[in-house]
Design a protein around this ligand. Structure first.
Ligand SMILES: [Zn+2]
Length: 293
């Protein structure tokens, strides 16, 4: 005959087991989004910077889930990913790197060792770089080459949907052509002018549209006194009235030179979330500012 004590112990054990089962299910629920993506067959793509996320979303449409390594406001030259991001990276199918961003060069090996199954694509392949300048995403003409590279990687990962990716790519390339023509028209009145910028992000852009970029920053550092006075002389001779800068980079010497010249500092965004709108805005701002000089 069972004693009351024995029954109580068995009941307690059953209760504990039930609670443990509930606990396990709760754990499974928090992991659901990734499981869903795998089930929907969405490819998980990591990129380094925000504009690349825009490119991958245009090219991959509803077949991709995109994550950006560098959050808004961070500097592409010295960013350091956190452990949460490295953990998230272990789920990725593809990493699209810009190519030669200093933070990529410092972290890529670590990224690869976190996820050895992940395909890694360098979007600067097939692009002729000028003096190791990594800012290739700020030229719509070079983005067309990057689009081909990214699209080929998506097809490699998900060959069943090749037709879909090719269709998305054609739409994106057409939009880039349209953007390129619009910028050419917007900047036609200031062709041949030079502009002063703190961080040298706009070299490819300048080359494409017949402008000349003069950077204040030297190898990622504030310029020395001699370089500062050389820039000020140059700006006076060329009647430069605007210094372009970005919120992600230091503005101290840009402000100092602006004061010296009686020029103003105008911000341009080199790391936009919405690429097309931002590039139109950049062209319009440059046309207005350089048109005053
Ligand atoms: Zn930069």
């Amino acid at each position: 005959m069972f004693s009351f004590k024995k029954t109580a112990v068995i009941t307690a054990l059953l209760l504990i087991m039930a609670l443990l089962l509930v606990g396990c299910n709760a754990g499974k629920e928090t992991a659901q989004p990734v499981t869903d993506n795998k089930k929907n067959n969405k490819r998980i793509v990591f990129v380094s910077i925000l504009p690349q996320a825009d490119f991958v979303r245009q090219l991959g449409g509803d077949r991709v889930e995109v994550s950006v390594m560098m959050p808004p406001g961070a500097n592409e030259h010295n960013y350091e990913p956190d452990t949460g991001q490295l953990k998230a990276l272990s789920q990725a199918d593809l990493y699209v790197k810009v190519g030669h961003l200093p933070f990529e060069e410092a972290w890529m090996e670590r990224f690869i060792s976190t996820n050895r199954d992940m395909l890694v694509v360098d979007s600067s392949q097939s692009i002729e770089m000028i003096e190791h300048n990594p800012h290739i995403w700020l030229s719509p003409r070079l983005v067309k080459i990057q689009a081909n590279t990214i699209s080929a990687a998506l097809v490699q990962l998900d060959p069943e949907n090749q037709d879909y990716y090719l269709q998305q790519k054609q739409i994106f390339l057409k939009e880039l052509d349209k953007l390129d023509q619009e910028i050419t028209t917007t900047l036609s009145g200031v062709k041949g002018k030079s502009f002063l910028v703190y961080h040298p992000a706009w070299g490819y852009f300048a080359r494409d549209y017949g402008l000349q970029e003069v950077a204040i920053e030297e190898h990622g550092k504030e310029p020395g006194a001699r370089e500062m006075s050389r820039i000020i002389d140059y700006a006076k001779k060329n009647q430069i009235k605007t210094i372009f800068d970005s919120s992600q980079h230091s503005t101290h010497s840009a402000d100092a030179i602006a004061t010296e010249l009686g020029a103003r500092v105008v911000l341009l965004d080199p790391l936009p979330e919405n690429y097309m709108d931002n590039m139109r805005k950049v062209a319009k701002t440059m046309a207005e500012e350089l048109g005053r000089e």
